[in-house]
Design a protein around this ligand. Structure first.
Ligand SMILES: Nc1ncnc2c1ncn2[C@@H]1O[C@H](COP(=O)(O)OP(=O)(O)OP(=O)(O)O)[C@@H](O)[C@H]1O
Length: 492
């Protein structure tokens, strides 16, 4: 199968998501789509997969016109989309997830032939060369394996093209490696494979071909290896980023008593832990899922109660018994899941940005002040939205992430708790976010950041704690002198 899209345009209201984009996807080649948040990458994949219609332009498959009106129609014509979000149903078995919507295939006279379905699901998983057995309960698998089950589901309809929309965004690097290997395997089998990613290392690892989009237009098509990292990044953002992603660390640390302190804190999923973050400091936390890093954030945010030990903020015992208490005492929390925990997608960008601390005049909501605050945050974090009144759900994934961060910064916090703050955020915007975080730290903010992106931890943190087995396994005082490998060794 060869897919040729010509002159595709698509607008949403006054936003031009795509204009005049042409792209050719060849069989057996892995094609990467890159660009800043809001560049139009997801919209392009959705159009190819039947989830959106183009306003103008045409698509042909092997020379035949192709204009799917729905995901189902595209599926029937051999094109499947794997979404960014996890779409596994944990109450079903692995095989039922693989064949969801198609169970009738394994039913005869009202009875489900579980054994046949399991065999078929296993066969699909085996073609991906991933280590998943259908006999395992879903709860034993990691997110990367879940994602591979979704790929197996896509393969269950025998597609000839599989499109991945930022499918590694919620995976740690080990999980992402499994998915990338699966993509490579599909390419080797002669399928069309296209994926969106913000991680240039992933692109270097699997892509044969690269298309760069910017503001809805195509910058160009490139063969793998034709551009180096700087070349890709500067074409994505339209300016030179070679000065580096991360701001310089301050020469001297702010002196001062710890702003956040854990003294022998235990909780479910956390062995006795002591740590402190001083004003001005960015403390990074590395570790595999479940190793305790996220738990530390949840305790400091008032989401999880410690079993024993003490937590102090600004020298006084933490009173956050609920997340609302946390916000009220100027502890801002950016959770790992933006759309379920971090914000309300049906509310406007403005409402989300000021939600944690709505400005008031007397007893009333001060809309004029809220608008000024929201506009300032949109400018500060380069949030791409038609206006502060737009529905948050209309923003691209990376821009939503910036809204959640903006909501945190808008309360002028003393402590900022971050769980993977730049998930799905493009490289240009990340530079701005890192700069904003460093500036806020310089003004006395204490930042505690859990991240699966080890480069981010190394580049931004003043110190790194590595969690293993729900306790601190190592403390790295000079991140500039460490390496990803060294951190991974402590993690595993
Ligand atoms: N359903 C929609 N309603 C309104 N605007 C939309 C809708 N879908 C996309 N847009 C807008 O179209 C533009 C392109 O969005 P798209 O999701 O394709 O970007 P993207 O390149 O995938 O970004 P990201 O890297 O952040 O996921 C954005 O400005 C976005 O706000």
């Amino acid at each position: 199968m060869k897919i040729v899209a010509t002159d595709i345009a698509r607008s949403f209201g006054s936003t031009r998501a795509l204009s005049g984009v042409s792209i050719t996807l060849e069989p057996g080649r892995v094609h990467a789509l890159v660009g800043e948040n809001g560049a139009g990458k997801s919209t392009l994949l959705k159009i190819l997969a039947g989830a959106e219609r183009p306003d103008t332009g045409s698509i042909a498959i092997d020379g035949q016109p192709y204009a799917p009106r729905s995901l189902a129609e595209a599926t029937a014509l051999g094109v499947r989309l794997v979404f960014q979000e996890i779409t596994i149903n944990p109450s079903l078995t692995i095989a039922e997830n693989v064949f969801s919507g198609q169970l009738a295939r394994f039913r005869s006279r009202g009875l489900l032939n579980q054994a046949a379905m399991n065999r078929a699901a296993q066969a699909l998983l085996d073609t991906l060369a991933v280590d998943v057995s259908v006999a395992q309960p879903l709860s034993r698998l990691d997110l990367g394996q879940w994602k591979c089950i979704e790929v197996a589901r896509a393969l269950s309809t025998e597609p000839r093209a599989v499109l991945f929309d930022e499918s590694t965004a919620f995976l740690n690097h080990r999980e992402a490696d499994q998915l990338l290997a699966a993509m490579r395997a599909l390419g080797k089998r002669g399928l069309v494979v296209a994926f969106v990613s913000h991680h240039l290392a992933e692109i270097a690892a699997v892509a044969d071909q690269l298309t760069i989009l910017k503001d809805g237009s195509k910058v160009g098509d490139f063969a793998a290896g034709e551009l180096d990292r700087d070349g890709i990044q500067s074409r994505m953002v339209g300016r030179d980023l070679s000065r580096g992603l991360y701001p310089a660390r301050p020469e001297a640390r702010l002196a001062g008593a710890p702003m956040l302190r854990f003294i022998g804190v235990t909780a479910e999923g956390l062995e006795p832990t002591s740590l402190s973050v001083t004003p001005g400091e960015i403390l990074g936390i590395a570790g595999l899922k479940g190793a305790g890093g996220e738990r530390i954030l949840e305790i400091a945010a008032g989401v999880v109660r410690p079993r024993s030990g003490g937590v102090t903020v600004g020298g006084a015992p933490l009173v956050a018994k609920t997340p609302a208490d946390g916000w009220a005492s100027r502890i801002a929390y950016l959770p790992g899941e933006r759309t379920t925990e971090g914000l309300i997608v049906d509310a406007s960008v403005l409402d989300n940005l000021v939600m944690a601390k709505p400005p008031r005049r007397g007893p009333f909501f001060d809309r004029a002040k809220a608008r000024t605050m929201a506009q300032a945050m949109i400018a500060r974090l380069l949030i791409k939205t038609s206006s502060e009144k737009a529905r948050s759900g209309s923003l691209s994934g990376g821009n939503l992430q910036k809204v959640v961060l903006g909501k945190c910064l808008a309360i002028d916090p003393r402590v900022l708790l971050l769980n993977n703050p730049t998930r799905g955020v493009d490289v240009g915007a990340r530079t701005e976010i890192y700069r904003s975080l460093r500036e806020a730290a310089k003004e006395g903010l204490a930042i505690l950041m859990v991240s699966e992106d080890l480069n981010e931890l190394i580049g931004l943190s003043d110190r790194i704690l590595v969690m293993r087995g729900q306790r601190i396994a190592a403390s790295i005082d000079d991140p500039a002198a460490t390496s990803e490998d060294a951190i991974i060794r402590h993690m595993t």
